[in-house]
Ligand binder design. Sequence first.
Ligand code: MN
Length: 262
Amino acid sequence: MVVCTNAYRHAKACCADRAQRGNLNMTASPETLRDIVIANHILAHEEVVDAYGHISFRHPDDPEKYLLSRARAPELIEADDIVTYRLDGDAIDAGDRRPYSERMIHGAIYEQRPDVNVVIHNHSYEVIPFASTGTPLRPVTHTCAPIGKDIPVWDMRDKFGETNHLVVTMEQGRNLAAALGGGNIALMKRHGCVVTGTTVAETVMKAIYLQVNAKLQLQTMMIGEPDYLTDTEIEECTAMQQAPISLDRAWEVWCRRAAKNS
Ligand code: MN
C-alpha cells in the first residue's frame, strides 16, 4: 500500500541500480529496502527517534531473519546500510558495518511473536514520564486509539539489577519480549519503548501516535482528569485509523515531509 513521493520513487530506482551493481544487500528486494529507508526517515522527521532508536522488518522471505540498519542515526540511513540478522542477533552480511548494540530487542520479539513483522525501538522523550512513573498511558483521543488499552512498563532492573540500561543480550531481550506479551507496545523504564505491528505503516502510525498521546495525556492531566476512550471506542477508532482511508492518507504526508527534509 506504500504511497511514495517522487523523491522516494527516485530512491527506489537508486536501490535497484545499486543492487544490479552488486554492492547492496541482495537478500531483500529493492522495494523492501526502500520501505525500511522511508520508515527510518519518517520516524526521524516526526521526531520519534533522534540519533538513537531503530526500526526492523522481519525478512519477507525468511521468518527466522530480520532486516535492520547498521548502527547509524535513522535520519541518515540509506539502503546500503541495511543488514540481515538471524533472530539470535548474529549478522549474516554485515561486512564492516557495525551493528546496533540493542538489536537483541528485535530478534527476541520476532522469536516470541510470529504475528509481528515490524519492531520499533525508540527513546521518545514525551513517553519517558509515563515509563518513569508507571502512570498508565491510555488513549485520550480517537487518533491515538491504535496504541491500545493496556501498555505494560518493563523495568530492566527487576531481573538484571543496575546496568547501563541497554538491551544487549538475548536474555535481556526475551525478558522484555515477555513483558510485551501479546500486546503491541511496552514502555521501558528509564529508557524508552518498543512498538510492534504487522505492517510498516501501521507500526509507524502507532509509534507516532504513542508520542502524540503521551503529550496530550500529560497536558490533560495538568488541567484535569482525562476522560479516556472506552475499550469499545478503542476498538472502533483503531479499525478506523488503520483502514486505508486513514492510514494511506497519513503515510503519504509522512513520506512527503520526510522527503522534503532529506
Ligand atoms: Mn535504546
